[in-house]
Design a protein around this ligand. Structure first.
Ligand code: ATP
Length: 372
């Protein structure tokens, strides 16, 4: 039995906006789930329904074996961390952190133990006697997290808790949250539109778009085996290279090509399951045999392309330097490709490219879904 289960969960706002269009998700105890997707895809609405702050217009939410779909927030044991969690300005850091426990009548000894634990974990021990106005933005958010984590609710819901921080503090707190997760095995649903954050924090990522789930999987499944073109493009910075072309069968082998080019990229796919998708039949005048083909989109991550002595010819059109590595844009006869590289290339330089065939992904251009 999953600890949290969403079944066909829906939310249509009174103005007719269909923010969440029927999502199904099962979360185990101790799992850290990240809802990832572009602005407006329904992440916050989903989180607020789990918290009880929005009433679902369809479907069911089960938490720890209890149907909580229409229960008020006070009847769910949930810790909510917002993007900006306002601290009480007239209270010291210590008072702010202890407040949620004092509120529920925890004994002074238990409060002190919990306060020490969380203050040490978040590195705010030296700030305990200060007031919020004396703290930097990063420290304020650290105290906010300490206040949320001083309790141990059944589940934490976090809505872009690092959204307002500068890059340095984001990285620092991200690492902290992950360490907490690994040491305490907290159950959490974390919302972000930052795919790097999602990849580094999540046990499983739920990619959302237009109020629906596109894919649920571990960061590596999502990155290496995107379920569709949306995920392939949205996850990764830059996203996957996506080339339109034809998958062609010659006897027992498959190649990717474009009608206007003589480049044939071997595809190492098991041909048996591919036969059903190779629906277009042609006569090959050279070999006098019949060929099958299908329009496809070929996907390839930039790090699986490398310069080679021979292969796909191309001209460097842009070189983006990013310190430890860079991204090189190359115009080739099969379309523009972006390669990750630690070498620098001059604009206009002529190079050849090798695509690592084991990392080629194929998608159906009509449905967008990945092919077997
Ligand atoms: P963001 O990352 O920008 O917060 P999100 O993925 O969290 O986006 P939601 O905030 O859940 O998305 O919004 C989903 C859709 O529902 C959007 O089109 C939004 O404009 C709409 N929406 C959100 N709240 C309301 C509301 N109270 N009334 C009407 N529409 C709403």
């Amino acid at each position: 039995m999953p600890f949290l289960e969403l079944q066909n969960l829906q939310k249509t706002y009174p103005d007719g906006t269909r923010a969440v269009r029927g999502i199904d998700l099962q979360v185990d105890k101790g799992e850290f789930i990240v809802l990832l997707g572009p602005s407006g895809c329904g992440k916050t609405t989903t989180l607020r329904m789990i918290a009880g702050l929005e009433d679902p217009t369809g479907g069911q939410i089960t938490l720890d074996n209890q149907n909580v779909t229409h229960l008020p927030p006070s009847q769910r044991d949930i810790g909510f961390v917002f993007q900006f969690y306002a601290l009480y300005p007239h209270m010291t850091v210590q008072k702010n952190i202890a407040f949620p426990l004092e509120n529920i009548g925890t004994s002074p000894a238990d409060i002190e133990a919990a306060l020490n634990r969380v203050a040490r974990a978040l590195g705010v021990e030296a700030l305990l006697d200060q007031y919020p106005r004396q703290l930097s933005g990063g420290d304020q958010q650290r105290v906010s997290l300490a206040r949320a984590m001083v309790r141990t609710p059944d589940i934490y819901l976090m809505d872009e808790p690092l959204g307002t921080l500068d890059a340095e503090h984001r990285l620092e707190l991200r690492a902290f949250i992950r360490r907490q997760q690994l040491s305490l095995s907290i159950t959490a649903i974390y919302v972000t539109h930052d795919q790097e954050e999602a990849m580094s924090l999540a046990d499983r990522i739920v990619v959302m778009d237009g109020g629906k789930i596109r894919q649920i999987g571990s960061p590596s499944e999502i990155y290496n085996h995107p379920a569709d073109l949306f995920v392939a493009n949205f996850v990764g910075s830059p996203g996957m290279n996506l080339l339109n072309g034809q998958l062609v069968q010659h006897g027992d082998s498959l190649t990717f090509t474009r009608p206007d080019s003589d480049i044939h990229i071997p595809i190492h796919a098991n041909i048996a399951p591919m036969r059903s998708v190779l629906t277009q039949r042609h006569e090959d005048t050279k070999t006098q045999s019949s060929m099958a083909s299908k329009q496809v989109v070929l996907g390839m991550r930039p790090e699986f392309i490398r310069p080679a002595n021979r292969g796909i010819p191309g001209d460097v059109i842009l070189s983006e330097y990013q310190g430890s590595h860079g991204y090189v844009h190359i115009d080739t006869p099969i379309g523009e490709l972006v390669m990750r590289s630690t070498d620098r290339f001059a604009i206009g330089e002529k190079i050849h490219l090798h695509l690592n065939e084991t990392h080629i992904r194929l998608f159906d251009p009509d449905t967008g879904t990945a092919l077997a």
